[in-house]
Design a protein around this ligand. Structure first.
Ligand code: FAD
Length: 285
């Protein structure tokens, strides 16, 4: 499953995503996780942002800690349900902390929140960030090789992705997927539209199956039948699930790298072990 794919000089970039923990114990644990993952020398650590601004302070606190450790932090920022004034205030805060990279998203309106605010789509947020802050931020946006679940059609989704690049995004990170062909097809389609920003595959290591299956249904990521059947066959056998998941995801990463992916972005779920093991197998560690 592993090979000597990568030389130490490879230009492949690694990035790793955290969510802001809800408890002080979670924050402590994340420090330990981060220390381990920092050994992989990722280009940046990104920190998610709760829908409707629900994690604003917690996201900011983790971002500040990461930056304080001399590492590069990239806060996520979602715009749905927000005013221009509130987004401006957040951008100002990040500029004061000399944060220079941001992941710009629409997000999803939390249930019960009726007012969509002053931004409808992520391309409007990208435009706003560029207008307000010039070239201060490197802007990442989201991409969906298996298409966004609310998209009217693949063609429409692709056109909307192109709008984000044209609005000034520097780079994109994809939703996770387990079918490498979906990624390569998406990249080809984007290139055919004349857009050449890097599109970094988002990688979800597999720690367990039932939660992943539920989450994947909700966010429109497909778990192929052959994988689903095999995971279901393992029942509660955690070790077999973990071993098979590692083989599948390391194999996927290998295909992506061989096919020219410019980097890997790990959805590590605030855990170091699986991401570290996958990178070890890829000889990235
Ligand atoms: P958009 O690019 O705006 O697209 C949303 C939908 O609208 C798509 O169907 C698209 O086709 C359509 N659309 C886009 N632009 C237009 C337009 N101009 N006119 C008409 N239709 C349009 N969520 C969080 O809440 N917090 C996070 O921290 C977070 N981080 C994420 C990180 C990554 C890498 C990814 C892939 C997703 C993340 N998400 C996060 C989830 C994301 O917020 C949801 O998938 C959300 O539904 C869409 O956000 P977006 O930025 O892709 O939206």
């Amino acid at each position: 499953m592993t090979s000597s794919l990568l030389t130490p000089n490879s230009s492949l970039t690694l990035s790793i995503e955290f969510f802001p923990p809800q408890t002080p114990e979670g924050v402590d644990k994340l420090r330990a996780t981060r220390a381990k993952l920092a050994e992989l020398k990722p280009e940046f650590f990104s920190v998610t942002y709760g829908a409707g601004g629900s994690t604003r302070e917690r996201t900011f606190a983790i971002v500040r800690e990461i930056a304080g450790e001399g590492l590069v932090a990239a806060p996520h920022l979602s715009c749905i349900g927000s005013t221009k004034e509130s987004i401006r205030a957040i951008l100002d805060e990040y500029r004061r902390e000399n944060i220079r990279r941001i992941v710009a998203l629409r997000g999803d309106l939390p249930s019960g929140m009726a007012d969509p605010g002053e931004f409808r789509y992520a391309n409007e947020l990208v435009e706003f960030i560029r207008r307000e802050t010039g070239d201060h931020f490197t802007i990442e946006v989201a991409a969906y090789p298996e298409w966004h679940p609310q998209a009217r059609s693949p063609a429409d989704d692709l056109a909307n992705f192109v709008k984000k690049a044209q609005a000034g995004a520097n780079s994109a990170i994809t939703q996770y997927f387990y079918n490498a062909d979906a990624y390569f097809h998406f990249v080809d389609a984007v290139r055919a539209r004349g857009v050449d920003i890097p599109i970094v595959p988002g990688i979800m290591p597999i720690a367990g199956f039932s939660k992943l299956a539920r989450f994947s249904d909700a966010c429109g990521a497909e778990i192929p039948r052959w994988m689903r059947k095999k995971f279901e066959g393992f029942g509660d056998d955690v070790e077999s699930i973990r071993a098979f998941g590692l083989d599948v995801v390391a194999g996927l990463c290998e295909k992506l790298i061989e096919g020219g992916a410019p980097g890997l972005h790990f959805y590590c779920m605030n855990q170091a072990a699986l991401t570290t093991e996958i990178c070890r197998r890829l000889k990235l560690a």
